[in-house]
Ligand binder design. Sequence first.
Ligand SMILES: Nc1ncnc2c1ncn2[C@@H]1O[C@H](COP(=O)(O)OP(=O)(O)OP(=O)(O)O)[C@@H](O)[C@H]1O
Ligand SMILES: [Mg+2]
Length: 217
Amino acid sequence: MTKRIDTTRKACIELFCGSSGSGKSYKVKSKIIKAKRLVIFDPDDEYGELANIITVTNAQALLTKLKQNPKGGLRIRYVANGEAAFNVWSKAVFAWGNCVAVAEEIAGVTSPGKAPQGWHTLVSRGRKRGITLYAVTQRPSESDKTILGNLSSIWVGRMSRAKDRKYMAAELDVHVNDLTELKALDYLERDMLSNVVMRGNSKENWQKPLDEYKAAA
Ligand SMILES: Nc1ncnc2c1ncn2[C@@H]1O[C@H](COP(=O)(O)OP(=O)(O)OP(=O)(O)O)[C@@H](O)[C@H]1O
Ligand SMILES: [Mg+2]
């Protein structure tokens, strides 16, 4: 039987950053195809095409659906905006547990100095509840920093703003030029356990270690 609280579970919190059109949501969608228990914060209404997804637009409907399915399969997205809605979503995900959670555009609902309490709890304690978390943002330098200390991997696509490139180059531990030269649907991905940085292109479907890529260039 799956334990509700299990401190031995591996952390799975992945951050996806990049400008509009850099392929973040496409990438996340490819990762959640098979998720049986899935809950998405979807402020830009981007996940309607997913198979077997239920859409709710108010907090009460979200909470009711989750309560009706304490353990079983459910794929649901909450199309809403604002910090209060995000806090309700975060708390609901934490209480639900054993699921895959997607938080879209966290810079819209958090800032470096301010994030809802529910989000802090989800990021810092969700692992023990079996929660895999995918967080997405166009503007990483303007979003909550708590997540950075808890990540298992960082995916960074093309970023048009120098401020964000500089910020994420430091987090990836790469030279900022490695980000400046990314073209459409190119990405860098750092595994925070092994510290290996890969470079790839999601449309061309290849990836190789950044060092190898640079040596061959
Ligand atoms: N690997 C891929 N193969 C083919 N098409 C892709 C791929 N990745 C992204 N695309 C296409 O590129 C476009 C932009 O991708 P996507 O919607 O994922 O961007 P985004 O980073 O989420 O942007 P935004 O921040 O505006 O939401 C979409 O039309 C998507 O279908
Ligand atoms: Mg998107």
